[in-house]
Design a protein around this ligand. Structure first.
Ligand SMILES: Cc1cc2nc3c(=O)[nH]c(=O)nc-3n(C[C@H](O)[C@H](O)[C@H](O)COP(=O)(O)OP(=O)(O)OC[C@H]3O[C@@H](n4cnc5c(N)ncnc54)[C@H](O)[C@@H]3O)c2cc1C
Length: 429
């Protein structure tokens, strides 16, 4: 069986590896970039490691995913760290999540937020994200932190956004936990996932990609943009050139629909309606500190997060430069890197955060925008894609906020489906 895989990010590479190892068919991976990795790509500039599309750390609740990753890239090649996430609020660096750090705010803000949280979750649960944030966290926390931060990262009217995606994607502590943190002045997360992470010792997240893609070099066609996908007598034809019995798409659902001239017009329209936003990432020099990443809700600053990537591994900065001497600035949309730096240097109010020269920068699609129409749009697209027999896998292909570990988990599930199909067709022969 010939299996075509569109895209060589972590999803495409993981599923190709699993199919090959299970002997389910011959795979061909078609990737438009000159190197594999997709969002999980790294460049090393002047000896500084730069994960192009946001610092990529690895952690997972799934044992099989952890095993799969560490079987390929042993534990000794990773640095293990406890996460030290922080937020910047009124020119103070406080702990994360915000709800556990209320005692670290100026006293009047802290009390107001605490009392507001006590009154949260009353009445019907709203369906738009703006009102939901007020309902869930209370008005003071919503207005001082949650709404400005989300307005920055989403760059979209939160009233026009759905809430269906939030579960599992943001910490949702109970009142008991928040009260304990407030009264004991202890911000330690008790039940939060992702309190620690692994990061490649050398070469950034690309080193994981390189290890996975190296046994696939004969199956990987790079610098090859897929432009059309058509069904011809039970075979998938890509760009009129490659023919496959099965097709797995890891590229954006929005792009895939555009590439299918046979798609009905309501499906094409639904594809056009799917929204994403993008991220500008800038790596620059900084003073070392022990923060993993810092959330910035202040709307006067154009960046929403600083990721202290230089501290993820002793090898992330060049020889002679101390560990932790680089930081990545993230802003939604296309933003001038000089403006990002000026905002930190002039508006953060934290002398130790002063930034030096720009080392490197990048820009890419980053987040799905879950507007009110997304569910209806998916309800038109997904059944059509399924009925055509195309398998979709990954963050933009399944239109879900998946991290790398979930992409690998979904690849396992997809291979199980392919195995069952394979068994069935072998039984019929
Ligand atoms: C800012 C940010 C920070 C993140 N941090 C983390 C983190 O710390 N930890 C974590 O686990 N996850 C993190 N993630 C999520 C992680 O990046 C994704 O889960 C994962 O990389 C998605 O992989 P994918 O293969 O599904 O998609 P992608 O990486 O998008 O891969 C799709 C591939 O398809 C290719 N392609 C697209 N169109 C075409 C075409 N027409 N023809 C051929 N090829 C095409 C692309 O070039 C790309 O290589 C982060 C994401 C973002 C945006």
């Amino acid at each position: 069986m010939r299996i075509g895989i569109l895209g060589a990010g972590i999803s495409g590479l993981a599923v190709a590896t699993m199919i090959k190892e299970a002997g389910l068919g011959d795979v061909r991976i078609l990737e438009k970039a000159k190197s594999p990795g997709g969002l999980a790509s790294t460049r090393v500039t002047d000896g500084y490691v730069f994960d192009l599309h946001g610092g990529h750390v690895f952690n997972t609740p799934f044992d099989d995913v952890r095993q799969w990753v560490f079987d390929r890239m042993p534990m000794s090649e990773w640095v293990f760290q406890m996460r030290k996430a922080k937020s910047l609020f009124k020119q103070r660096v406080i702990d994360y999540p915000f709800e556990f750090a209320l005692y670290q705010l100026p006293i009047e803000d802290g009390l107001e937020c605490f009392n507001g949280f006590q009154d949260a979750c009353r009445g019907d649960e709203p369906e738009n994200y703006y009102d939901w944030l007020i309902w869930k966290f209370g008005r003071p926390i919503a207005m001082k932190y949650m709404i400005p931060y989300n307005e920055k990262i989403m760059s979209y009217d939160l009233r026009q956004m759905s809430t269906r995606w939030v579960k599992g994607k943001m910490p949702l502590p109970s009142f008991k936990e928040v009260e304990l943190a407030f009264r004991s002045k202890d911000p330690t997360e008790r039940v939060m996932a992702h309190a620690s992470f692994h990061y490649p010792r050398r070469g950034g997240i690309q080193s994981l990609i390189d290890i996975i893609s190296s046994p696939l070099k004969d199956e990987l066609t790079l610098d090859y943009a897929v432009r059309s996908v058509e069904l011809d007598k039970k075979e998938w034809v890509v760009n009129g050139e490659y023919r496959f019995d099965q097709l797995i798409s890891t590229i954006s659902l929005k792009s895939l629909v555009r590439m299918m001239p046979q798609a009905p017009s309501d499906v094409t329209r639904a594809g056009l309606g799917l929204r994403t936003n993008s991220v500008t990432t800038t790596l620059c020099e900084c003073e070392p500190n022990d923060i993993s990443w810092l959330y910035i809700p202040d709307k006067k600053m154009c960046l929403h997060r600083m990721v202290f990537q230089g501290g993820f591994s002793p090898e992330n900065c060049p020889e002679g430069v101390g560990m932790g001497s680089s930081v990545m600035l993230e802003s939604t949309g296309r933003v001038d890197p000089q403006l990002q730096i000026r905002d930190v240097n002039n508006k953060s109010g934290i002398p130790s955060l002063q930034l030096g020269r720009i080392i490197d920068g990048s820009y890419a699609d980053s987040y799905i925008v879950y507007d009110h129409e997304y569910a209806d749009n998916l309800a038109k697209i997904i059944p059509y894609i399924k009925s055509m027999g195309i398998h979709c896998l990954g963050r933009f292909a399944q239109w879900q906020y998946y991290n790398m570990d979930v992409c690998i988990k979904k690849a396992f599930e997809m291979v199980d489906v392919l195995k069952a199909q394979h068994k069935k067709s072998a039984g019929l022969k």
